[in-house]
Design a protein around this ligand. Sequence first.
Ligand code: NAD
Ligand code: TYD
Length: 354
Amino acid sequence: MPSTILVTGGAGFIGSNFILQRIEEGTGQVVNLDKLTYAGNLRNVDSISSDRRYEFVHGDIGDRELVRRLLERCQPSAIVHFAAETHVDRSIRGPDDFIRTNVDGTFALLEETRAYWSGLSDDARNHFRFLHVSTDEVYGSLGPNDPPFSETTPYAPNSPYSASKAASDHLVRAYHHTYGLPTFTTNCSNNYGRFQFPEKLIPLMILNAREGKPLPVYGDGKNVRDWLFVEDHCAAISKVLDQGRPGETYNIGGWNEKRNLEVIETICDIVDEVAPRDGAPRKELITFVKDRPGHDRRYAMDARKIERELGWRPKETFESGIRKTVRWYLENEDWIRDVTSGAYRQWIAAHYSV
Ligand code: NAD
Ligand code: TYD
């Protein structure tokens, strides 16, 4: 019988890319448990919705009864846990949902997983894996000359989002250490690519540039992020899932540090080229706005451990990945129309008017 993996948050940006990649590679059954918050979109997995190897279940990771029944019915050999609240700006405006899903939800999922796993046969228990998808933001902020974050960098989260992710990482660590649950934690840098909700920097800038709207840059625009193409991240997760050492954490990054302004200017140039318009170049839309409170200055990942142990390195360069991404957003009008509905417009109006 082919093995089943349970993916949480598989209707979101990275989760949907991961599921599509797994199904394409023919690596078994996938069950997708997603609450469908504003960030979850079933259109992302439209192309496999009637595939017999895929099943969608609508629900909350914090609903223990539902998770218990699902685990009993599907008998997964692995869980890949993406489900989370993920937008730093939203966590600043209202942290409650971040604690509820990222901390309480992960705890609930871990408890039900532990109960399920304890009841498996010896062989199934040994082969079972729980992979927790986390972020570089748990490490805090780097100075300009600091070395990149490694797996031994102390945690120093600065936003409600990163604090909630750090808390969930600690729970996962404890479930391995105390109960022997075969866990992995992957901490990854900023992703970009298709299906990212346009509240995040790259898709927001592409859409605003296309429409000739202001491009809001927080602070001086010199904050640095380490950008990774989403498909490379998904490949790294599969590597860890299939070949990683239980109990380990793996840092994943793009070896690709860029200042926000540089990213935005690159997007402007590509949009000018692909969708030319009369008038001024898109760069002139760049508008400096009030900084994000507690805005981390620089993130960068030392991804040598995953390369050394598992042979993973990113394949896509930023230059080719950002081109593919801009094209995708410009060519997928229906998807954009779908996600930029009422709730999205309200967020943009409320957040950028202050
Ligand atoms: P996303 O916001 O696009 O998607 C999150 C998904 O989780 C959505 O489909 C949403 O409906 C679902 N969800 C939220 N709460 C839920 C709940 N209580 N129960 C079930 N489903 C729920 O997020 P993303 O960018 O795809 O990020 C996925 C994971 O990767 C997160 O854990 C995030 O912390 C981590 N991560 C993201 C990035 C990045 O750059 N986007 C980088 C590193 C790590
Ligand atoms: P974001 O995509 O929210 O990711 P994160 O904060 O998790 O790294 O933001 C990436 C960078 O872009 C971050 O330094 C904040 C900045 N930013 C802007 O300058 N303007 C914007 O409108 C947004 C959404 C982000």
